[in-house]
Design a binder for this molecule. Structure first.
Ligand SMILES: Cc1cc2nc3c(=O)[nH]c(=O)nc-3n(C[C@H](O)[C@H](O)[C@H](O)COP(=O)(O)OP(=O)(O)OC[C@H]3O[C@@H](n4cnc5c(N)ncnc54)[C@H](O)[C@@H]3O)c2cc1C
Length: 433
């Protein structure tokens, strides 16, 4: 096209959120010596987008962040979760009856155990990812570039940008452009799912008593209420509430908000005070019907949005990233074009089952627990008691949530070489990975 300027990359990642930043780092780590990598976002580079959330990161995700040189910046600010308590309060008792309590640790080898998950504040995670990408000379950042169009032919994919006579083209585009993914729409990939009539309210509190590295999930009738431990006597709250009630709660002044919050929080950690602002997210389940299109792969929220009940959205995104990186690295090692249809089909096959079943499992758990029917309650309580009595079942669930089960754990997420453990309590990455 006359006047059009082109930039070419072998692989272009669109979207520099948590998923896109990690995707670019993983590609650089495995393929940076062989392929050119671009990272494009509609926002200026490193815009400060305040995100008051904290994320529960599985051990598999932490392994990946460690290999990518990100965890080293985060470890001192991260809180390990060593125990999990699940309560199913009946009535309004502030003393929440614990239905299931378990150690949230995995075998670290040599008779050691490691936390199966960690809580990090999203602003710290974003800063650590930005720092690692900015220091990575293999990643070319294209800021303030909003995707407008997508054209694909047998040999390449071309992206046109809003308000600019520029286009980016290459062999493969990876869509990490979030739940509303413009690229998914441009590629004609449909989604399926539904809105929950629930809103996720998030805030941070300070409490009198120490949390002892325990995460607590209160299954309240209106939705799950999670207390995620942070360093110090602080916790991040992820509170799912019926949407109309949530809208009223969000309008309350701080005193009224704290009173409602304290009722749900219970009394186990003593008095609480607010330790930051609040924000809310409408909750929905959304699954892309396909994870790939010609020369395009979806990762993270572009591929699916799940209920935050199990704190797994970003963990699933990291599994996408790790699986796609392994698949592309295998293709490149064989001299195959990484954007070819067969390579992408392998990625889709690898991720479809795990991600689809996880999303539906979180949906089912939310339905099962956001329920006041006595029969449903008694069945699920019997299920929780059965899990509580079985060490094998508990250990299975912990390893599953840690992202470490199955033969198909992608290499980025596998446990690190245990020969040496650094002061973050995690094994050091061997030089060759
Ligand atoms: C209340 C709540 C709690 C959660 N807790 C957890 C948890 O504990 N653990 C966990 O694992 N997950 C959790 N999640 C999920 C997790 O936050 C998300 O999976 C994660 O934020 C998704 O990030 P993303 O990078 O895929 O998408 P986004 O953050 O939406 O990033 C998309 C990027 O694409 C860019 N973009 C969009 N359109 C264009 C365009 N046209 N051109 C160029 N760029 C574009 C945007 O600017 C943005 O930077 C939670 C979610 C919620 C709502």
């Amino acid at each position: 096209m006359a006047g059009m300027q082109y930039t070419r990359f072998d692989i272009l990642v669109v979207g520099a959120g948590y998923t896109g930043l990690t995707m670019a780092l993983a590609l650089s780590h495995r393929l940076g010596a062989h392929l050119s990598i671009g990272l494009l976002d509609r926002n200026p580079w490193n815009t400060h987008v305040a995100d008051i959330r904290a994320s529960a990161l599985s051990a598999g995700t932490v392994n990946a962040l460690h290999r990518l040189g990100v965890w080293q910046d985060l470890a001192a600010k991260a809180q390990p979760v060593e125990h999990i308590d699940i309560t199913d309060p009946i009535g309004d008792s502030p003393l929440r009856q614990i239905m299931l309590s378990y150690e949230n640790t995995v075998d670290g080898g040599d008779d050691t155990s490691l936390a199966a998950s960690w809580i990090v504040e999203n602003n710290d995670l974003r800063a650590a990812l930005h720092g690692a990408v900015a220091n990575d000379e293999q990643i070319k950042i294209c800021p303030a570039a909003s995707v407008r169009g997508l054209e694909t032919d047998a040999a390449q994919v071309r992206i046109t940008l809003d308000g600019a006579d520029t286009a980016v083209h290459g062999g493969l585009v990876i869509a990490a452009d979030g739940g509303h993914s413009p690229l998914r729409r441009l590629a004609g990939i449909k989604t399926t799912g539904w809105a929950y009539k629930q809103t996720g309210i998030v805030t941070t509190v300070r409490h009198d008593r120490p949390h002892n590295a325990t995460a607590t999930q209160h299954f309240l009738p209106a939705g799950p209420f999670a207390i995620l431990p942070l360093p110090g006597n602080r916790s991040s709250i992820v509170w799912s509430e019926a949407s109309d009630t949530a809208a009223q709660i969000m309008k309350c002044n701080d005193d009224a908000f704290l009173e409602i919050l304290s009722d749900r929080f219970g009394t186990r950690l003593g008095n609480i005070t607010l330790d930051g602002p609040r924000a809310s997210w409408p909750l929905r389940l959304q699954l892309a019907r396909d994870l790939v299109a010609p020369r395009l792969a979806l990762v993270g929220e572009a591929a699916r949005t799940v209920h935050p009940i199990a704190g797994q959205g970003l963990n699933l995104a990291i599994r996408d990233i790790a699986a796609l990186t392994d698949t592309l690295a295998d293709a490149v090692a064989l001299g195959i074009d990484p954007g070819n249809a067969e390579t992408l089909a392998q990625y889709a096959q690898w991720r479809n089952f795990d991600a689809g079943t996880s999303a539906l499992a979180f949906d089912a758990i939310n339905r099962l627990f956001s329920n006041t029917n006595p029969l449903v309650r008694s069945i699920r309580d019997a299920g929780l008691e059965a899990v509580g009595r079985s060490d094998r079942l508990k250990s299975f669930f912990v390893r599953e949530a840690a992202g470490l089960t199955g033969d198909a754990v992608p290499s980025l997420m596998r446990p690190l070489n245990n020969a040496a453990v650094d002061d973050t309590g995690l094994a050091l990455a061997p030089a060759e990975i």
